[in-house]
Design a binder for this molecule. Structure first.
Ligand SMILES: Cc1cc2nc3c(=O)[nH]c(=O)nc-3n(C[C@H](O)[C@H](O)[C@H](O)COP(=O)(O)O)c2cc1C
Length: 224
C-alpha cells in the first residue's frame, strides 16, 4: 500500500467511525423520552373492550403493521399476515363467526339460541377496525413452527404498542371460534396455520383504567 492509499484508507475508516457515531447519536438523542418515561408508557397499556371512532387511517394502520413486521423473526421468514377489516366488511366477518358457531354447536349436539346468534354476528362491531393476525408457517429445518407462532405473538404486541403510540386503544381477542374451519376458510388460512389475534382498535370513549403494579417477585429467579 502506498502512502496515498494508506491516507485514503485511514480517511475511510474515520468516515465509517463518524457514521457509526452519528447513527448512535441519532438513535439515542432523537427520542424525546427518558427510559423511565418509555417504561411507564409501556406499563400503562390497557386493553379496552368497546371502541369507537376515530379509527386509525389506512396510513396509520400500515405504519403500525410496519412495526409489527420488525418483531423478532428467526431467519426472517415473515411467518405472519395481517388482514384489516373495517366498516361494512365487519358484517361479513360477523356472518363467518355465526357460521363457525353454528357448525361448532352442531358438532357438539347443540343448537344456538337466537340471542347467541345475534351476539356472535355483532362481535366485530365492538371496534371500528379489526386487524386479524394469522400465521403463515414456513417450512424451515432450523425454525420450528412453535418459534414462528411466538414470532406472531411478538408481532401482535408490536402492533398494539404502535397503535397506542398513534393514540388508539386496542384489545387482543381470539375467542373460541377463531380457529374453527369457517373462520380459517374466511381468512384463507391453511390447516397448519392459526388465527393468533383479532386486534380490535379504535378510540376509547373513557379513560383507560390504570394498571396496578405487578409484583414480579414470584415470577422471577436470578441464578447466582
Ligand atoms: C392470545 C390471547 C388471546 C386473548 N383472547 C381474548 C379474548 O378472546 N377475549 C378477551 O376478553 N380477552 C382476551 N385476551 C386478553 C386481553 O387481550 C387482555 O390482555 C386482558 O383482558 C388483560 O387486559 P390488559 O391487557 O389491560 O392487561 C387474550 C390475550 C391473549 C394474549
Amino acid at each position: 500500500m502506498n502512502k496515498s492509499d494508506e491516507t485514503n484508507s485511514t480517511k475511510d475508516n474515520q468516515v465509517k467511525k463518524n457514521e457509526k457515531i452519528s447513527i448512535k447519536a441519532l438513535t439515542t438523542e432523537s427520542t424525546p423520552f427518558t427510559s423511565d418515561e418509555l417504561i411507564h408508557w409501556i406499563n400503562s397499556r390497557r386493553s379496552v373492550g368497546n371502541l369507537d371512532l376515530p379509527a386509525p387511517t389506512r396510513a396509520q394502520i400500515e405504519e403500525a403493521i410496519g412495526c409489527a413486521a420488525t418483531a423478532p423473526d428467526h431467519k426472517k421468514l415473515r411467518p405472519w399476515r395481517f388482514i384489516v377489516t373495517a366498516g361494512d366488511a365487519r358484517h361479513d366477518l360477523g356472518r363467518a363467526l355465526v357460521e363457525a358457531a353454528k357448525a361448532k354447536a352442531t358438532e357438539e349436539g347443540e343448537v344456538l339460541s337466537e340471542k347467541t346468534v345475534q351476539k356472535t354476528q355483532t362481535m366485530p362491531l365492538r371496534a371500528p377496525v379489526v386487524i386479524t393476525v394469522v400465521t403463515q408457517m414456513q417450512e424451515h429445518k432450523k425454525v420450528p413452527y412453535f418459534e414462528q407462532m411466538l414470532s406472531a405473538g411478538a408481532a401482535v404486541q408490536n402492533l398494539i404498542l404502535a397503535l397506542k403510540a398513534q393514540g388508539f386503544s386496542t384489545v387482543w381477542r381470539t375467542g373460541l371460534l377463531c380457529n374453527e374451519p369457517a373462520i380459517k376458510a374466511y381468512f384463507g388460512v391453511s390447516a397448519d396455520d392459526y388465527v393468533t389475534a383479532f386486534v380490535y382498535t379504535g378510540t376509547s370513549p373513557k379513560d383507560e383504567p390504570t394498571r396496578k403494579a405487578i409484583d414480579i417477585e414470584p415470577l422471577v429467579r436470578f441464578e447466582p
